[in-house]
Design a protein around this ligand. Structure first.
Ligand SMILES: Nc1ncnc2c1ncn2[C@@H]1O[C@H](COP(=O)(O)OP(=O)(O)OP(=O)(O)O)[C@@H](O)[C@H]1O
Ligand SMILES: [Mg+2]
Length: 324
């Protein structure tokens, strides 16, 4: 049961946990994205509840939700909308595309060609869409949750590495544990036994105004100067890892940008808020650093040859740079 005295964000997090078994990191990051207005890239094999989790979030905040299935024949206008000629009046009228929603699920983003991906990534950064020379703002809550299936490589279009920076977080999903998988099955059987085969529409945990209010509160979470230095040092280390770990010299082609510094700070503030604190702890930063940095690092060929992964590189830097 949701405790009605809990702060709205705790109630929201609880509500997500009722719809999704386990996957605690994904659920935390969904809430962090909501709390920062940052976009989320979720990578995972089929059937790991990517779509279900995003839908549960949209239900819980009672936001306008739209799923866009990315396919090879999709056009940028299918996302942004287009000017349509109205024969009756002889006028052009703008018909908004699916991007004009609070929460947009961009499913299997790597199945659409680069120009469609770019239209999405641009809208994510600008929070506005320009069609026919007219710029229109997207809703204030606007949040993109994109999914990517790492298996399906043939006939897909890799995301432009240079634009991945626009995602606040990159979450890599793993299989649930055995006991969790059993609970997923139990839950499914129970729902059918109760005669509610579809996920019941959940009690409203938060409305859009409450989300925007929480976003303001998150930006006021205290981030001590020593932790600001730590964040900057971590991100800079991804550009020149050899300065901290000699064997990593020359392994990186490009590291995190200043946007990565802001992303790590804002995400850590949101995690602190979610955990009920009004100040950031080093552990908030350490926990989120892999998901903030993973997709912003372009490894050099040498790293591929040696089998060095981005995660291993980030882990080595986290070990080498002492937390305050
Ligand atoms: N952790 C979980 N908790 C509850 N249900 C789950 C969980 N994992 C999977 N499921 C169930 O498995 C089914 C598949 O989930 P879903 O469609 O969300 O997967 P997906 O990751 O979006 O897959 P795809 O990549 O094929 O789109 C759903 O019925 C969902 O309820
Ligand atoms: Mg899905």
């Amino acid at each position: 049961m949701i405790d009605s005295t809990a702060p709205p964000i705790a109630a929201l997090r609880q509500q997500l946990a009722q719809a999704i078994v386990g996957q605690a990191a994904l659920l935390d990051r969904l809430v962090i994205a909501l709390l920062t207005g940052g976009h989320l890239l979720v990578e995972g094999l089929p059937g790991l509840a990517k779509t279900t989790a995003v839908k549960a979030l949209a239900d819980a905040v009672h936001a306008g939700f739209q799923r866009i299935q990315f396919t090879p024949d999709l056009l940028p206008g299918d996302l942004t909308g287009a000017d349509v000629y109205l024969p009756a009046t002889g006028e052009m009228r703008f018909v908004p595309g699916p991007l004009f929603h609070d929460i947009v699920l961009a499913d299997e983003i790597n199945r659409a060609p680069a120009k469609v991906q770019s239209a999405l990534l641009e809208a994510m950064q600008e929070r506005q869409v320009t069609v026919g020379g007219v710029t229109r703002a997207l809703p204030p809550l606007f949040l993109v949750m994109a999914t990517q299936n790492p298996l399906e490589q043939s006939g897909t279009y890799p995301l432009p590495e240079a634009q991945l920076d626009r995602f606040l977080l990159h979450v890599a999903l793993d299989y649930p544990k055995a006991d969790e998988e059993l609970r997923i099955l139990d839950m499914d059987l129970q729902r059918h036994a109760d005669g509610h085969p579809a996920l019941a529409r959940q009690a409203l945990a938060m409305d859009a105004a409450a989300v925007l209010q929480a976003r303001h509160a998150v930006r006021r979470i205290h981030l001590a100067p020593i932790l600001r230095h730590y964040i900057v040092e971590l991100v800079r280390a991804t550009r020149d890892p050899g300065a901290h770990v000699p064997r990593l010299a020359g392994m990186v082609e490009a590291g995190g940008s200043p946007r990565a510094v802001l992303a790590l700070a804002h995400a850590a503030q949101a995690l602190a808020y979610l955990r009920g604190r009004d100040f950031v702890l080093p552990d908030d930063i350490i926990e989120l650093a892999p998901d903030v940095l993973r997709h912003r690092i372009v490894l050099a060929l040498e790293a591929d040859l040696q089998g060095l992964t981005r995660d291993a590189l980030i882990a080595a830097l986290l070990r080498a740079i002492p937390a305050p």
